[in-house]
Design a protein around this ligand. Structure first.
Ligand SMILES: Cc1cc2nc3c(=O)[nH]c(=O)nc-3n(C[C@H](O)[C@H](O)[C@H](O)COP(=O)(O)OP(=O)(O)OC[C@H]3O[C@@H](n4cnc5c(N)ncnc54)[C@H](O)[C@@H]3O)c2cc1C
Length: 258
């Protein structure tokens, strides 16, 4: 099964997770196709045409060919407020899975995952896949405060080594970097930029899940430009939604990204 589907999803369950709202959606075909780093786009009935993007946090089997997809919502504006308020049984239009997912190492490697705020949701299934492949997994989990740390207890249960860093993740990242081969980061752009700078020129391979405001989320509108530098150092512009949102750190032109 490949490619995104567009479905009307039903809210199966909701709960509050610290500062976030957690939604379980019955969205046939979305979870089954999703890979670590995939996101989905929700059409919210609030007068805006743009869809709202959410990392696929977990995919839970439901029996038959159906899977439940879980997302984590931080209320920021009208769209996320409307989603966070949805009751069980509500229906929303969902498109997914979308985007280019994380690339997994071919051989077992020592992996560092850096997840900050709700974006840590993008790393949950990645950690599982890496462990299944025999990789060592270490997680730095950050958030502006304790309420914005995403499920630290669950992370401790599923990941070998977790360092919780409320406030600032940079010191924890710098401590961990010399001991890993591969780094995956899902966090605000400032943290992505910091990690990209910290691994630049080293042998450590690094991928970032880059959030840019998206409109259509399917590549058609060209509204989510990301400046990149190709192997020859020449500048190009690609689309975050289909050429990303996961990028190799070294590909992104961090200076031009602003
Ligand atoms: C690939 C991807 C995955 C995402 N995953 C999650 C997630 O798992 N959980 C979550 O809570 N949020 C996630 N976001 C951010 C979320 O999509 C936006 O916060 C949301 O669209 C804002 O809509 P709004 O109507 O509530 O707020 P608005 O009033 O539209 O915006 C509120 C603030 O969010 C910024 N913003 C708006 N749209 C986006 C956008 N698409 N991406 C980044 N910032 C934006 C605006 O600049 C503004 O500062 C993700 C974004 C992307 C691109």
């Amino acid at each position: 099964m490949t490619g995104p589907v567009h479905v009307t999803a039903e809210v199966l369950a909701t709960k509050t997770l610290g500062a976030y709202r957690h939604l379980s959606l019955v969205a046939p075909g979305v979870g089954e196709r999703s890979r670590p780093g995939s996101f989905l786009a929700v059409s919210v009935d609030d007068g805006h045409l743009g869809r709202r993007a959410f990392w696929i946090h977990r995919v839970a089997p439901m029996g038959g060919h159906r899977a439940v997809v879980e997302i984590v919502v931080e209320e920021r504006g009208p769209g996320t407020r409307a989603l966070a308020a949805l009751p069980v049984g509500a229906r929303v239009d969902v498109t997914g899975p979308l985007g280019r997912p994380f690339a997994l190492p071919r051989d077992p490697a020592r992996c560092l995952l850096v997840g900050e705020g709700y974006a840590a949701a993008a790393l949950t299934s990645l950690a599982e896949r890496l462990r299944e492949r025999g990789c060592g997994v270490r997680l730095v989990l950050g958030g502006t405060d304790d309420a914005h740390l995403l499920e630290p207890l669950a992370a401790r249960r599923s990941v070998g080594q977790v360092e919780v860093a409320a406030g600032d993740v940079t010191a924890a990242v710098l401590r961990a970097l010399p001991e890993v081969d591969v780094v995956y980061v899902a966090a605000p752009t400032a943290t992505l930029r910091f990690v990209a700078g910290a691994v630049a020129g080293s042998e450590t391979s690094c991928q970032v899940a880059l959030e840019r405001p998206l409109t259509c989320a399917t590549g058609l509108c060209q509204g989510c430009p990301v400046p990149v530098l190709d192997d020859a150092g020449d500048p190009h512009v690609v689309r975050a939604c289909v050429d990303g949102p996961v990028f190799r750190c070294g590909l992104v032109d961090w200076e031009a990204l602003g």
